[in-house]
Write a protein that binds this ligand. Structure first.
Ligand code: FAQ
Length: 321
């Protein structure tokens, strides 16, 4: 019977139909989705921290309002994604626990500090820019609740990219010191965006993890979870941002970037993925800080969760009043 169900499931996916929570799902598909959606949700909420650190120091009311809205949007994305994960039969509290215990990951992009105000512009332009490139195809992912969450998320992320671009443009055209600050932030956020927002390369010499990486991608593509490999999306991102950097009057810190007419793409330098792998395996000062901050926020929010639960338990008559 399972084989018949599996055949029906695979036919559904092959036909480009979305799979819904009421449908029968193979265990592997469910596990892969829970892992990706949870990792994605965790990235959204941990990703609030670098920019959030500048909320009290924004240089104008206008910039502060925009940054506040952006950071709140990221919280909202986390919430849609936790809800999408819950349709797969997991509990949000358990996912949160797994994050806090280090059993589930989040994008290590955010394990870097936002050193100056310009970093908030570089994060929004580059990191959200990479997020849109990676996530736009996910609006057509095979699992309905994830695909629907991605539509709204992508619209909001695309707006963040414009906000970051606008902020960097002001700095780039400002005083020489402001220009230097913008360039310095771009220099520091380029690699975390281009390397980490897309995951490991499709092929990598040596290392068991490397084989897992590409195998994971192949499985995800076969099931219609992903449509493109990590490297295809990374190339798309590089092609997109090179002309944007030019119009910003800023450079990207990779001397190997140049247009390759034969490939019809920009070449770029190799990424030292073993270095990132080591950082992921061993942990870093900023990774510990991000997680400690998250856990403290979770503890501080306990009374809000308790109040919300108490409110939800009130009987229907009273709520109707
Ligand atoms: N950091 O399985 P693969 C956002 C781990 S949204 C840390 O081959 P895959 C918006 C991976 O878990 C950002 N670990 O990776 C925003 C695995 O370890 P495990 C998030 C990483 O699935 C902007 C191992 O390496 N977006 O930020 C990372 O092919 C600004 C092997 O990896 C999404 O999640 C990493 N970067 O590619 C918010 C989009 N990459 O679990 C605030 C959906 C890999 O076996 C401010 N997700 N690892 O122990 C995806 O498309 C994929 O999951 C990738 C990872 C592309 C992220």
């Amino acid at each position: 019977e399972d084989e018949e169900l599996l055949a029906r499931f695979e036919a559904l996916v092959a036909a480009g139909e979305t799979v819904e929570p009421r449908d029968w799902l193979p265990d592997g598909y469910r596990r892969m989705l829970i892992r990706q959606i949870a990792q994605h949700a965790h990235s959204e909420i941990i990703g609030m921290q670098p920019e959030g650190a500048w909320l009290t120091r924004a240089p104008s009311l206008h910039r502060k309002a925009a940054l506040l809205a952006k950071v709140q949007d990221e919280a909202g994305h986390g919430m849609y994604l936790y809800s999408a994960a819950e349709t797969l039969g997991v509990d949000r509290a358990d996912l949160m626990d797994a994050l806090h215990r280090g059993q589930q990951r989040y994008a290590a992009t955010f394990d870097h500090p936002a050193l100056t105000w310009a970093d908030t512009g570089a994060i929004a332009w580059l990191t959200d820019g990479a997020a849109v490139v990676n996530q736009a195809p996910l609006t057509r992912t095979s699992y309905g609740p994830y695909a629907r969450a991605m539509r709204r998320v992508c619209q909001e992320e695309a707006f963040h990219v414009r906000q970051g671009y606008d902020q960097l443009l002001s700095l780039s055209r400002g005083t020489p010191e402001q220009h230097r600050m913008a360039q310095d932030a771009v220099n520091r956020w380029w690699l975390p965006a281009v390397a980490l927002m897309f995951g490991p390369p499709d092929t990598e010499a040596g290392g068991a993890g490397a084989a897992v990486g590409s195998a994971v991608s192949r499985r995800a593509i076969a099931w219609g979870i992903k449509q493109h490999t990590n490297d295809e999306l990374r190339q798309r991102f590089v092609d997109l941002v090179v002309p944007q950097a030019e119009s910003l009057g800023l450079s990207l810190p990779d001397p190997a970037i140049r247009w390759n007419p034969e490939r019809g793409h920009h070449d770029f330098g190799p990424i030292d993925w073993p270095c990132y792998r080591r950082a992921l395996a061993e942990g870093t000062h900023w990774a510990r800080r991000r997680l400690a901050h998250r856990e403290a926020a979770h503890r501080d929010g306990a009374w809000v969760r308790e109040a919300a639960e108490a409110y939800a338990r009130r009987d229907g008559d009273e709520t109707a009043e």
